[in-house]
Design a protein around this ligand. Structure first.
Ligand code: TNX
Length: 531
């Protein structure tokens, strides 16, 4: 279960639990939990074959069985047990052997339907048990997230509930539409702690998001320890940094590695971003030598963009950039390193190309594949990069030309996928430069038809960025991400044929009791029939 049980919340939980502890007190009638159906899941599964006569009930005797000899499967078994024990109150032992005739939830690697690929799974529910099969641990983990949503919402409660733990019968064959299903969090404008980032990771993993992109540096702050340039964090991420000077802090390398490990255990890969050659004022105000005139500009705590640029024709710039890329690549097990490249309005076009043509190969030199905002396609002549589309329009000639050379695209159209845009004119958080984005807007587009000339084959996936100019706390992050993040997650995972607003808003409404129990501060959009 997650964090943040404040004293008042603990009191409330204790009060709820009291009737269970004191049987003399008449228990309030539990609200009926609606019967679940195999397809009542976000993101919508690719194929469901319900079998109403074959529901499975988790009981005190149920065991979790995992593939013998697989530590990855055993780990997922323990994660599932940890999720299911508090509310069920059942022991749910995790065993590597079949203990017939006990009812079981089996998590098995191999032996699957051939459609499910690297991240999919097959989930079978019969009266005798649940079996999840997958080719990889990532697929098994995805299957357990589906299983979690197939249980009544009370499964998220921190203490035993009086619910019958029934899982609807039938078969699910499920696999993702896109290999990349991402979220982004901006740590530069306001820093977010390890606890806040990992809490967000826990939420993302429930919706089959598999990448978290961390925007680690910007004009207002530098948030990752770099040993060869130590003042980047102590000064560039120190007291007084962040928007309005109230977002200080940084990740030590150990912090960053803890985030990487926490995410990896939930099958999420971290992508670090160092934004350059613009969005660099935090570094340049810390180290005067990173400026062409050798004079450090003052720190900035406003939200203007497009005024900073590294010094393109100074060799020291490339020593700095290489140091940063080398140190960051060394602590990043994932394949990608994001080099930003957006809004470099203070860099000439020629300088921008010069810079990117030197820096893109540096990323490869340290074993990583470069990704960047779509502007990098103005410089990029290689084929192995990933460009992240963040425009609000439906055309982009340089992006289309890059895909013809083999560049892959991540879709983050700002007027659809930006979680920092306000929902409506009254939303107390967020910005509105790309428009107001209600839940139906976030859900109502197709990644493969958004930009003319960029079809399914050119697209690696989708990402929902969350910029932090106006966001300080985890509550703020949650309010902007929920419920739009699940909308983007569904666009990334579910087959286009399943796309249906009425179905989605109904399934979204069913998430509310779960979010309340998980203490997720979501926006109760009037477009959704919340339970
Ligand atoms: C544009 S999107 C930016 C960010 C801002 C964001 C706010 C992009 C690549 N650059 O610097 O934080 O808008 O919505």
């Amino acid at each position: 279960m997650r964090r943040r049980h404040t004293p008042t919340r603990l009191l409330a939980i204790a009060a709820l639990a009291l009737p269970l502890i004191l049987p003399a007190t008449p228990a309030p009638a539990a609200p009926p939990t609606p019967a679940r159906h195999l397809s009542d899941v976000i993101p919508a599964p690719a194929h469901t074959h319900p079998d109403a006569h074959n529901a499975f009930r988790i009981t005190p005797l149920t065991v979790i069985r995992t593939t013998p000899g697989s530590t990855a499967a055993r780990r997922i078994g323990h994660q599932l047990a940890t999720t299911l024990r508090p509310a069920t109150g059942h022991p749910l032992p995790v065993l590597p052997v079949r203990s017939t005739p006990l009812p079981e939830i089996a998590l098995l690697l191999g032996g699957t339907d051939n459609r499910i690929g690297q991240e999919g799974y097959q989930l079978d529910v019969t009266r005798r048990g649940v079996t999840i099969r997958a080719n990889t641990p990532a697929g098994l983990f995805a299957g357990t997230q589906t299983l979690r949503q197939l249980l009544p919402a009370d499964i998220e409660a921190p203490t035993p509930q009086r619910t019958t733990w029934t899982i609807p019968g039938g078969r699910i064959i499920d696999y993702p539409r896109f290999a990349y299903r991402g979220a982004m969090l901006d740590l530069a404008r306001h820093f977010h702690t390890v606890d806040e980032i990992t809490a967000y990771v826990d939420l993302l993993s429930q919706y089959k998001i598999n990448y978290l992109h961390l925007h680690l540096t910007d004009d207002q702050g530098w948030r990752i320890q770099i040993d060869s340039w130590p003042r980047l964090t102590t000064v560039g991420g120190g007291p007084g940094t962040g928007v309005d000077g109230v977002g200080p802090g940084y990740l030590t390398k150990a912090d960053y590695q803890a985030v990487v490990a926490h995410a990896a255990a939930r099958h999420i890969t971290i992508i670090p971003e160092i934004d350059m050659p613009g969005h660099t004022n935090a570094a340049q105000s810390t180290y005067p030598e990173l400026n062409c005139d050798g004079v450090a500009p003052p720190p900035r705590t406003d939200i203007a963009v497009g005024y900073s640029s590294l010094c393109i024709n100074d060799e020291l710039t490339y020593r700095f950039v290489e140091d940063v890329i080398r140190e960051l690549a060394a602590i990043t097990p994932g394949p990608f390193l994001h080099i930003g490249g957006d809004e470099a309005h203070a860099t000439t076009d020629e300088d921008y190309r010069t810079f990117m043509n030197r820096v893109l190969p540096l990323v490869a030199k340290y074993g990583k594949r470069a990704s960047g905002w779509n502007e990098i396609t103005q410089a990029d002549t290689s084929t192995d990069h990933v460009a992240q589309f963040w425009g609000t329009g439906t055309t982009n000639a340089s992006l289309v030309a890059a895909t013809a050379r083999g560049t892959k695209v991540i879709m983050s159209p700002a007027n659809k996928a930006y979680l920092d845009m306000k929902y409506n004119a009254n939303t107390h958080l967020g910005l509105r430069w790309a428009g107001l984005i209600e839940v139906s807007d976030a859900y109502g587009w197709d990644p493969a038809t958004r930009v003319t000339g960029i079809g399914e084959d050119a697209i690696l996936g989708v990402e929902a960025p969350l910029w932090s100019e106006t966001l300080r706390t985890l509550d703020d992050i949650e309010y902007m991400a929920f419920p739009r993040l699940p909308a983007i997650a569904e666009l990334g995972w579910s087959p286009p044929a399943s796309h249906d607003w009425e179905s989605f808003r109904t399934r979204l409404g069913e998430q509310a009791p779960r979010w309340r129990l998980q203490q997720v501060n979501f926006y109760p959009s009037p477009q959704v029939p919340w339970l």
